[in-house]
Design a protein around this ligand. Sequence first.
Ligand SMILES: Nc1ncnc2c1ncn2[C@@H]1O[C@H](COP(=O)(O)OS(=O)(=O)O)[C@@H](OP(=O)(O)O)[C@H]1O
Length: 467
Amino acid sequence: MLEATPKPSPARAPRLRSHRGWPLRRSLLVATIALAGYAWTRHSSVSAVIARNSQPPLQQLSLQQPGSHSGYAHTAAEEMAERASAGGSDEKQESAAGKKYEDVTRTAGAAGGSSSSAPTAGAGGAVGGKAKPREQQQAQGQHSYVPSPFEDALRACSSLSCIREAHKQPKHPGQFNFPHFYLLGFPKCATTSLFHHLIQHPQVMAPIVKEPDFFTNLCKDSAAACDPHEQELYINTTLHRNIALSARMHMAVFEGSTHYSLAGDWLAPQLKELMPWVKLVLSIREPISRAISMLQHNLDHQRFPKCYDRERRLIFKCIKANLEDSSVRYAPRLKAWVENFPGEQLHIMQYEDLTGSGMKTALRDLKRFIGIDPKLPSASPDDLGLHNARRDNYTEGWPMTLQEYRVLVALAREDTGDALSMVARHGVAAASRWQQAWERGWQNNLQRCTQSKQEGDDDALCMIPAS
Ligand SMILES: Nc1ncnc2c1ncn2[C@@H]1O[C@H](COP(=O)(O)OS(=O)(=O)O)[C@@H](OP(=O)(O)O)[C@H]1O
C-alpha cells in the first residue's frame, strides 16, 4: 500500500510534518526562529499593501498596532537599509520582497517623501518621536487610521471561536476575512508550486511552512475544543494575526495543508462551523499519475513498500492498492467538502490544466476566486513554477502489462467519474472537459501498449508514463 503522506517539500523551510517525533518545544523553537526571518520578509509585503491601500501618504502611517511586534513601526526607508545590510537566503522571496520595497519607496516618494529621509510616523502622528496634536495633523491634511470593529474584535482573540465572533463585526471595504482561504490539496497535485506562486503575491500572506497541519495533527477531534494554547499559537504564529492586522486586513491570509483534503469527513463540518466564510482551493490530478507520483516520492526517500517489486521495477500492485484506497480516492474525499461548502467558496482545478497550456488562465481564475489582483505577482504572474518534483525521472515510464493497465484505468475512471459528477452537480466545476482529457490520455497509453505487444504475448510489459 502506498502511503498517502506526500514527500517533504524541498523548499527552503521544512514542513512541520517532518517535525513528527521531535519534542514539541524544539519544533516550536525552530518555528519561532523561522518565523522571525519570515516576518521580516513579509513585513515588506505589509508595507506595500499599506502603501497601495492607504489614503494618507505612507510616511504618515504607523504599521505598529497595539500588541504587535515593535519592528513594524519602521518606515520603508529603514526597512530598505536594514534589509540591504541583512542579506537574504531565498532568491525568489528576496527578489519579490525587493520589488515590494521598491513599490513602497516609490509610493513614499510620490507622496512627497524621500526614501532616504522619510520620517518615522505613528498612527497618532508621532514624527521623529514627537507627537503632533490632532488639530495640527488635520490642518496639514493628515488623519489617523480608525480600525474597523472587525479589526478591534480580531485583535482581542486568542481562540478560533473568538475569531468566528469577530467576523460578525463590520469591516472596512476591501478587508479580507481571517484566514481568508485554505489550499487544501490534493496531495501530489502541484500544491507546493501553488503555495510558492501565491506567497509571492503582495496581497497574500501565508505561514513560513507549507503544511502546518494544524487541524490534522493538533486538533483532530474537535477544532473548537482544541488546546487553547495551540489555538493561540496557530492564530499568532502560524497565521500571523498581528501582521495581518498591521496590514489592516488587506492581505489574504492562508495556509496550505494537503492532509486537510483527505480529512474532510470530520474537518469539513468543523471548518464550516468555525469559519463559514473561508474559501477552499483544491487541485485534482489524473489518479494513476498521482499514485505514481506518491510512490516515486517514497522511492526518492529510499522507502520501498512491499507492493513494489524493486528488482524488476514493477509498480502495478502499489498503484492498484492506492487507487482502491478510499482514504485517498477523490470521490469519497471530496464529498464532505462539497456538501458542507457552497460552490462559491470552493475552487477546484485540474492539475493537467494548471501545469499545462491552461496555466495562465487557471492561475488568473484562481486569483480572481481568492479576490486578489489576477495579474500579480508582477515578476511572473502567469507562471506556476515547479516545486517538489520527483527526483528520479523515469522518462521511459513504468512497466506493466496491458491487462494490468486496463485494471488501473477502470479504477481511475470510476473515481474521477464519481468525483467530477459530484462537483458538477454542486455547480463547483465544469468537469466533463477534464474527464475527456484524462480519457484521451488513457486511450493513448492503451493504444501504444496494444501496438507494442506481440500477438498472444499477454505477459508483455508496456511502459506507462506518470504524466
Ligand atoms: N509547474 C508544474 N508543472 C508540472 N508538474 C508540476 C508543476 N508544479 C508541480 N508539479 C508536480 O506536482 C507534484 C508535487 O505536488 P505537490 O507539491 O502537491 O506534492 S505534495 O503533496 O505537497 O508532496 C510533482 O509531481 P511528480 O514530479 O510527478 O512527483 C511535481 O512535479
